[in-house]
Ligand binder design. Structure first.
Ligand SMILES: [Zn+2]
Length: 433
């Protein structure tokens, strides 16, 4: 076995063994832990992994191969952030201050806050300004161990301004080590110029889809389906048009109120439905049902939970992670990084909240932040695991045990990050002199 990249002296390796689809129920607890492990890669793909004594005799290093000594530390797959709103201008700290003093969402909106204030700022920003800011955010994500992230438009709400956001993502895809999955979220809010004309705006969003498809600017289409946002029938119209054009589907579902958005997402074969604070029993049962037919090609609708958002908003009740997992729904995690409702972009922090607030186990949180998040963005057969054949997206942690990652919170546990077998971020040398 020829390798051009080798990590030796791994004290504890988290493999997250893949299956035909996202992990469900008890499967989410199987991290495939290997002690005293090595991992070899070639051309950015894992070619051998396992206990040192078993793997090393079969590995031949190519000339010039890079060899990393992990110093007995914990090593795992790069994190996959299944839900972000990376590209935006401005912040909303005034709104946060108002909310901390108990003002309602309505009062804040009346004073010009909310999504539409970010829309105004983003429309006024140039593509270059947005790109520079987004790159900084992406650098911070990488430093927290994220090697793949989904990101949405939705702060433009005109064709030109949505394309401007998606164009930023296209540029970052070419130049930044973090792999990005692009989602068109024209149906994030009804813009001011369409006030009182919802129907017309839904038509306008549907009208943008063919050109976004032609320009190849997004893999997914998402709709904010909730009280005060888009209705279930409006969401269905948009998703049907998107599905006909070949987009994958996502839904911001049942966050503020139960509307039946999760049921719709499952019925329409969406790749994920996200938030789910108010999901119904029926919605959970639909998520728990395995798709019929060939597991490897069927669409599994993944439940993406975003606990940093509910904590940031001061909600005492998060999404029902325990009920979802116990019923057999595949659960993934994301940051929901955005200027209004979640300014955190660290997946280790999200894992802490998943364990402390949503009562997931550290094993479930690890699976949800890696392999299941990869399935939630359509990449579950390529990233989110360190099994042979997966991309060598690897984090070396300043820790010895995977449970330390959610347990020790509020600091960055990441020591080094490798993307496709290449070092892309380092806190300090893994082995000091
Ligand atoms: Zn969101």
């Amino acid at each position: 076995m020829n390798a051009d990249f080798l990590i030796t002296n791994i004290g504890q390796l988290v493999v997250v063994p893949p299956g035909a689809g996202p992990k469900r129920g008890r499967e989410m607890r199987d991290l495939g832990i290997v002690r005293d492990a090595v991992l070899a890669a070639r051309d950015g793909v894992v070619v051998a992994v396992g206990p040192r004594d078993e793997v090393m005799p079969g590995v031949t290093l190519c000339p010039g191969a890079s060899v990393v000594d992990a110093g007995g530390r914990l090593v795992g797959p790069g994190f996959v952030d299944a839900h972000t709103h990376l590209v935006f201008a401005g912040w909303r700290h005034e709104e946060y201050a108002m909310r901390s003093e108990g003002r309602s969402y309505l009062e804040i909106a009346e004073q010009g806050g909310g999504i539409l204030s970010t829309v105004r700022a983003t429309r006024n920003a140039t593509l270059e300004e947005l790109e520079a800011r987004s790159r900084e955010f992406l650098d911070l994500m990488l430093a927290s161990g994220t090697t793949t992230a989904e990101t949405k438009s939705g702060y433009g709400l005109t064709f030109e301004d949505e394309v401007k956001q998606l164009e930023v993502v296209r540029r970052l895809k070419e130049h930044h080590p973090v792999s990005l999955v692009s989602t068109f979220l024209g149906a994030h809010a009804v813009p001011e110029e369409y006030k009182g004309q919802r129907e017309a705006y839904v038509g306008s969003v549907i009208g943008m889809l063919p050109e976004i498809r032609r320009l190849n600017l997004a893999e997914f289409v998402d709709v904010f389906c909730d009280a005060g946002a888009f209705t279930v029938p409006e969401t269905e119209r948009i998703l049907r048009a998107a599905g006909d054009l070949g987009f994958g589907l996502k839904v911001h579902a049942d966050e503020l109120e139960w509307t039946g958005a999760t049921e719709l997402a499952c019925r329409m074969g969406a790749t994920s439905c996200d938030h789910l604070l108010r999901v119904s029993d029926e919605g959970m049962d639909m998520l728990a049902r395995r798709p019929l037919g060939d597991e490897s090609t069927a669409t599994h609708t993944v439940a993406v939970l975003l606990p940093a958002t509910s904590v940031f908003l001061g909600k005492t009740r998060g999404a029902p992670a325990r009920a979802l997992i116990d019923r057999g729904a595949p659960v993934a995690l994301g940051t929901d990084f955005n200027p209004g409702t979640c300014t955190a972009l660290s997946m280790p922090l999200v894992m802490t909240l998943a364990c402390s607030v949503l009562h997931m186990s550290p094993e479930e949180a690890f699976t949800a932040a890696t392999l299941n998040a990869a399935w939630a963005v359509g990449l579950g057969d390529r990233v989110g695991s360190l099994e042979r054949g997966y991309e060598a997206d690897i984090v070396v942690f300043d820790a010895c045990d995977y449970r330390e990652i959610p347990y020790r919170f509020g600091w960055n546990p990441v020591s080094r990050v490798y993307k496709k077998g290449r070092e892309v971020w380092s806190k300090r040398p893994v082995v000091e002199d």
